[in-house]
Design a protein around this ligand. Structure first.
Ligand code: FES
Length: 131
């Protein structure tokens, strides 16, 4: 059970996004915030979006979670940025896993966190901007 065995479970893309995550942080004046906890492990993620003209113009995340959760969070921010809210809502956990060249089956539940947090942030935005 050395490091090499653990690393070998993950694709190069997962390792890249885990070691160099994109869009990490917080947006203080976010238009929508999603917070999701993973009941299976207790990990938590916050996701912040800025919306302009129905388009996600900025997106950042903070994840207290495992490597797979960090990698999927990072990847989903790259996929969602520049998309319309309708397009962003359709991003599934499977899309994120595919974009990362797959996740080990035991880690698929970790990718739920990112997709759910994005949905929550969009819902939060829509609730706040109902006319
Ligand atoms: Fe908790 Fe992966 S083990 S999100």
């Amino acid at each position: 059970m050395g490091m090499t065995k653990v690393v070998a479970l993950y694709s190069d893309k997962v390792m890249d996004h885990f070691t160099n995550p994109r869009n990490v942080g917080e947006i203080p004046d976010a238009d929508g915030i999603g917070k999701v906890g993973n009941p299976q492990c207790g990990d938590v993620m916050w996701l912040y979006i800025k919306v302009d003209n129905n388009i996600i113009t900025d997106i950042k995340f903070k994840t207290f979670g495992c490597g797979a959760a960090i990698a999927t969070s990072s990847m989903i921010t790259e996929i969602a940025k520049g998309k319309t809210l309708e397009e962003a809502k359709k991003i599934s956990r499977g899309d994120v896993a595919d974009a990362l060249d797959g996740l080990p089956p035991v880690k698929m539940h970790c990718s739920n966190l990112a997709a759910d947090a994005l949905l929550e942030a969009i819902k939060d935005y829509e609730t706040k901007h109902k006319t």
